[in-house]
Design a protein around this ligand. Structure first.
Ligand SMILES: NC(=O)c1ccc[n+]([C@@H]2O[C@H](COP(=O)([O-])OP(=O)(O)OC[C@H]3O[C@@H](n4cnc5c(N)ncnc54)[C@H](OP(=O)(O)O)[C@@H]3O)[C@@H](O)[C@H]2O)c1
Length: 368
């Protein structure tokens, strides 16, 4: 028996999205979901959804072929009409998370895609709430404590991802006076804190992998640089909860470890050294590394270590970050429900363990 809730989810096939769909189905046992999924690599949206929607819940899940980068989100006219008429809540999680997209391409998906979903939500007569999944890194190159109500204060951005997510968030903010909604800003999302399971081996995992495999040991960064990491189970559960929390509407919420829960690069690297039985990393001032050391190494190295130099550019500023994310709204809204991110040092070994067990995502691991 279903109720009249129809929740439209974009980005459902992603790292966060797959967990979110499962959480929504479990937490809202009478709601139905509409997943906007693009066809990819010869697989239709329905086939892609069947890979992660539990069989017993499939009657509550409808899949719509769409692409937020296209007019009307790439939806067929009849689908668009039906969806606007029936949707009661929207979670917009779709984005390109690549750091190396041109500004034009990143804007097409992250900014224009968000504008289209906002237009869709504004025309849905039964809309009860809208949740936008942003990122704490709209703070760009700030070095101070970032508050949840702040967005653009003249900061620079490290890449087109940060910039276009900030532009998209500005669009959402402008609409929240006319629409019940909440902006959610995770920091760096990693695997499940209870099992270590992850479907994404980007961000923290890439440097970790080359270090664990003894391909690289030099960190172009500061040992006391801060890494704010949150597990996907916390982020997903928080999004699923705040979508229904009227007290959250109109707010921006940092889904972050915050000043008390985050760790330094050195703390994480020290634990990794112990786990992977590797020598402790060496730290080099990033200004010196990128101005002098890297150009020389680029000429001297070849093969996999040279490829590390090339791929590593995307991460260059993430080893020297000083900023922290204030979590006042998150504590107020999620704390009473017992939702707070566990300190990263408590579950780090489980993340490492899953990396090894799954051979960094190459090997299937039996469900835990
Ligand atoms: N992962 C993190 O550390 C992190 C941290 C902070 C915030 N976030 C935010 O969390 C959200 C989800 O990120 P994620 O890590 O789950 O990323 P992800 O694994 O790369 O997933 C991105 C999702 O967006 C979909 N998408 C991309 N372009 C689309 C388009 N043009 N039309 C329709 N769907 C499209 C993808 O669909 P396909 O499967 O078809 O590509 C996928 O479902 C994003 O908004 C991101 O900015 C992520």
């Amino acid at each position: 028996m279903t109720n009249d809730e129809l929740i439209l989810v974009t980005g459902a096939t992603g790292f966060l999205g797959t967990q979110l769909v499962r959480d929504l189905l479990a937490r809202q046992p009478q709601a139905s979901l509409a997943l906007l999924i693009r066809d990819k690599q010869g697989q239709a949206g329905q086939q892609r959804a069947d890979a992660f929607v539990p069989a017993e819940d499939r009657t509550r899940v409808r899949v719509y072929a769409g692409d937020v980068g296209l007019p009307d989100c790439g939806l067929a006219a009849a689908d668009y009409r039906q969806l606007t008429a029936e949707t009661t809540r929207v979670i917009h999680s779709a984005a390109t998370v690549r750091f190396d997209h041109s500004l034009e391409e990143a804007r097409r998906i992250n900014v224009e895609g968000t504008r289209r979903i906002l237009d869709f939500a504004a025309s849905a007569p039964r809309l009860r709430s809208f949740a936008y999944v942003g990122t704490a890194y709209v703070a760009g190159e700030r070095k101070d404590l970032v508050r949840e109500d702040e967005l653009v204060i003249g900061q620079e951005y490290r890449n087109t991802y940060e910039q276009t997510k900030a532009e998209a968030e500005a669009l959402v903010r402008a609409r929240l006076s006319a629409m019940p909604g909440v902006i959610l800003r995770p920091s760096i999302i990693v695997g499940d804190s209870r099992t270590g399971v992850t479907s994404s081996f980007k961000m923290m995992y890439w440097p970790l992998k080359i270090y664990a495999r003894r391909l690289w040991r030099t960190v172009p960064g500061y040992p006391d640089a801060v890494l704010d990491i949150v597990p996907v189970d916390f982020v997903s559960a928080s999004v699923a909860r705040l979508l229904f929390d009227e007290a959250a509407f109109g707010s921006t919420v940092h889904l972050c470890a915050g000043p008390h829960g985050s760790a330094t690069i050195q703390q994480i690297a020290h634990r990794a050294a112990a786990y992977f039985q590797a020598p402790e990393p060496r730290y080099v001032d990033p200004r010196f590394f990128f101005a002098l050391v890297r150009p020389i190494l680029f000429l001297a190295l070849w093969g996999p270590r040279r490829r590390v130099l090339v791929s590593g550019r995307a991460y260059r500023d993430y080893f020297s970050m000083r900023m922290q994310f204030d979590t006042t709204n998150a504590e107020r809204l999620l704390g009473p429900a017992g939702l707070c991110p566990p300190p990263v040092m408590e579950y780090l070994d489980r993340l490492f363990h899953y990396c090894v067990e799954s051979d960094w995502g190459r090997k299937p691991v039996a469900a835990q």
